[in-house]
Write a protein that binds this ligand. Structure first.
Ligand SMILES: [Zn+2]
Length: 415
């Protein structure tokens, strides 16, 4: 797919690819300052599919935050200017709006790529026959049209003809005002400073339909590429039912108002699959909320997660425990009961294994190993939890989890 320019690798995320034709149909929400935009439109006699797709692939490094891209549109940025490109089949049109500073420069980088794509539709055998038919439309700059999102516009080739016939005025069809043809072109065409870019400038290659191909390599070279910004992700480990699940729901709600994404194990994978997926996530995660309950401390799945979190290092800094009242971990005599619980599990399993042929012991041995790991680490884990400054569940709820969220945000800032 890379070879045919149908997809691209996301910058900063090796082996993650986006195929623009498979993107969401609806545009994401984003702000746009439409006060002083540079607008240019291409209108096609017959609009071929795939122009925008190819443009997205060519300029994918400049997609804003690697997020503002959808099936029929994209926003490219060089950090000082933003260019929004929208494809509209109902109007057989592609519209470009540029906002920000140095708009002409950024517009020329975008149009350069679009013109290159247009020219690729020319057949080498018979250029005249296969040529894509379109008009490049330049917006009027008269007082009535200026700043409007739908100004009157002039075909680029019409303006060129006026120029070559030495007609320097053209009439706006909206306001009837006479408009300077050279100024209209000057508003759109970027002319690089010849001192700074001795090689630059407009190339002689003529195309009456589209803008001249300008040398934009320096523009693209100096533009900053937009790296993927993963949203801040944290994990939650909790027992599946009752108060634990309710607590997990409350935390999820509280975090929904922040920029933190809660990865919540959906518990719908098989035991092995679930654990493997979760382990992989824990490996990347640097913050894990742990909802500790009596059930959690006695659950094979939950304790496996806790033991794995500990095994990944930085246990004390990475976990954010919430201890439910039924988790009796504050008195040594009560903590010993959890250790006894796991020793009893081991003893029962050991007993059961004696009645099974040695060929069938594989799964049992794994469980014994796991229970032994849990028993060996539970004392230490519970001790750490006991020393941590964990608020009561009621205090968390009443404050909207503000202390928890602050602590997590501080932790995420450290990385
Ligand atoms: Zn006008």
């Amino acid at each position: 797919m890379m070879r045919f320019k149908l997809c691209y690798e996301i910058p900063g995320r090796p082996h993650h690819y986006i195929a623009p034709q498979l993107l969401e149909p609806n545009s994401p929400d984003y702000d746009w300052d439409d006060s002083t935009n540079l607008i240019l439109r291409y209108r096609y006699e017959f609009m071929p599919k795939g122009i925008l797709t190819r443009l997205i692939v060519e300029l994918h490094e400049f997609i804003e935050a690697q997020q503002l891209v959808w099936k029929t549109g994209v926003v490219f940025t060089n950090t000082s200017a933003r260019a929004e490109v929208i494809e509209r089949y109902d109007k057989s049109e592609i519209r470009i709006r540029v906002s920000g500073h140095d708009q002409k420069r950024w517009l020329s980088a975008i149009t350069h790529e679009i013109e290159k794509i247009h020219r690729s539709f020319t057949s080498s055998d018979n250029p005249a026959e296969n040529r894509l038919r379109y008009q490049t439309l330049i917006p009027c700059n008269c007082n009535t049209c200026k700043g409007r999102q739908a100004p009157h516009d002039y075909a680029y080739n019409r303006l060129q003809k006026f120029l070559s016939d030495r007609q320097y005025q053209i009439q706006c069809q909206e306001s009837y005002a006479m408009v300077d043809v050279r100024q209209l072109l000057n508003d759109i065409l970027y002319v690089p400073d010849p001192l700074l870019h001795p090689e630059g400038g407009i190339r002689a290659e003529s195309d009456p339909q589209g803008l001249p191909l300008q040398d934009t390599s320096s523009i693209l070279k100096t533009a900053q590429t937009q790296l993927y910004q993963p949203s801040q992700e944290i994990f939650i480990s909790y027992a599946w039912s009752g108060d634990s699940e309710e607590m997990a729901n409350e935390i999820e709600k509280a975090l929904a108002t922040t920029d933190i994404t809660l990865i919540r194990d959906k518990r719908d994978l098989g035991f092995k699959g679930r654990i493997q997926a979760f382990m992989a996530q824990i490996g990347q995660g640097n913050a894990v909320i742990v909802v500790i309950s009596d059930k959690y401390l006695k659950s094979e799945n939950c304790m496996f997660e806790l033991v794995e979190i500990a095994a990944n290092g930085d246990f004390y800094d990475r976990i954010f425990p919430i201890v439910l009242p039924d988790a009796q971990i504050y008195k040594p005599v009560q903590r010993i009961r959890y250790i006894q619980h796991w020793e009893q599990e081991i003893a029962e399993l050991d007993e059961a294994m004696k009645s099974v042929g040695s060929a069938n012991l594989q799964g049992f041995r794994e469980s014994i190993d796991l229970y032994t790991r849990i028993r060996n680490t539970i004392a230490e884990l519970v001790d750490i939890l006991k020393d941590m400054n964990t608020l009561t569940p009621d205090l968390h709820s009443d404050s909207g989890f503000s202390e928890l969220i602050d602590a997590i945000q501080n932790r995420l800032k450290q990385d």
